[in-house]
Design a protein around this ligand. Structure first.
Ligand SMILES: [Zn+2]
Length: 344
């Protein structure tokens, strides 16, 4: 068993001067080439998501909005900076379909784990609302697909993009079959402005949303403490059959917009913790799905380290070094969250 990747660079979904543009992925394979890791992976050809796959996580109104704006030649989809071009509807469907196809190959046992290098990203897209550069929620559709097509009863989604995965939370908020955990920066005026620790799910889903709101400059130790002291015991209770991870590389300390403070080593350690959880509960079944991350060297080396981790190599490339500022202590935040989630 080995590692797959799906690749949707979505070259025709791009807007001049926008940080979420096709260069993020279009240039990636050439830059990774000298590291000699691509031979370790198998590329899987993607097909567009079916309407049924989209409508498991979105309203018909949202799907229709994206389709109509694309058909008219493109434009802005919200008051923020979420855009569509004339090709975006098809390409966003392809990104969703790629993640569902990756799930098929992992659930069938043909591959142990995988990496979805797709755009546009998805984790800010809610049931009925596009947001934050996201049109359709790739990872949410993949989780629902795993349930519908492969009988998965308990799926875990861990989101460690620096921004809260508000769209994914929205889709699974009242659902006890998908445990959603988000580690994110939480500060005044920082997008999307929700993801507080009191948001824990509703109805049957109460307790199945775990938000870890971090102050700026948390760094590697804080992230790993959250994983070890909070997420691991929570996951051990839940016993997932499949792990999906929303990985955004904007929590790196050199990111120009956020101040989360992870290093490349920290990213690699977070990924390795999640792979260990997958080994423990899911026979290794884990799919990493790309979300944000807009600085090319962080993105490239971060993905390189993901490949090392997924293919069982010990190597970590940290050419950018550790955060040069003092790390924030998050012990008290995690202690309170453990209490909130009734962890002994
Ligand atoms: Zn982000």
């Amino acid at each position: 068993m080995s590692t797959l990747y799906v690749y949707v660079p979505a070259v025709a979904h791009t807007k001049a001067g926008h940080p979420e543009n096709h260069h993020r992925l279009a240039d990636l394979l050439a830059v990774l080439h000298p590291f000699n890791v691509l031979g370790e992976l198998t590329v899987i050809i993607s097909k567009p998501a079916s309407m049924a796959q989209l409508l498991r996580v979105h309203t018909k109104g949202l799907v229709e909005q994206v389709r109509q704006v694309s058909r008219r030649g493109g434009g802005l989809l919200d008051r923020g900076d979420t855009y569509a071009t004339e090709s975006s509807y098809e390409l966003a469907r392809l990104a969703v379909g790629a993640c569902c196809t990756a799930v098929d190959h992992i659930m069938s046992g043909a591959f142990r784990n995988g990496l979805a290098l797709v755009r546009p990203p998805g984790h800010h897209a809610g049931r009925d609302r596009v947001s934050g550069f996201c049109l359709f929620n790739n990872i949410a559709a993949a989780a629902r697909h795993a349930q519908k097509a492969h009988g998965v009863k308990r799926a875990l989604i861990v989101d460690f993009d620096v921004h809260h995965g508000n769209g994914t939370q929205d889709i699974f908020y009242d659902d006890d079959s998908v445990l959603f955990a988000s580690l994110h920066m939480f500060a005044p005026y920082f997008y999307p402005g929700i993801g507080g620790s009191h948001e824990m799910g509703a109805g049957r889903g109460r307790g199945y949303t775990v938000n870890v709101p971090f102050p700026p400059f948390v760094g590697d130790a804080g992230y790993l403490h959250a994983l070890d002291a909070l997420l691991k015991p929570k996951v051990d209770e839940f016993q997932p059959e499949l792990i999906l991870a929303s990985v955004g590389f904007d929590a790196h300390w050199q990111d120009p917009l956020a101040q989360a403070g992870l290093s490349l080593t920290g990213y690699a350690q977070v990924a390795r913790r999640l792979i260990e959880m997958a080994d423990r509960w899911c026979d290794g079944r884990i799919l990493f799905v790309l979300e944000g991350g807009y600085k090319q060297d962080i993105l490239t080396l971060g993905i390189l380290n993901l490949i090392y981790a997924l293919t069982g190599q010990d190597e970590i490339n940290d050419a950018l070094g550790p955060m040069p500022y003092a790390e924030q202590d998050v012990t008290e935040i995690i202690r309170q969250l453990r209490q909130r989630h009734l962890l002994k």
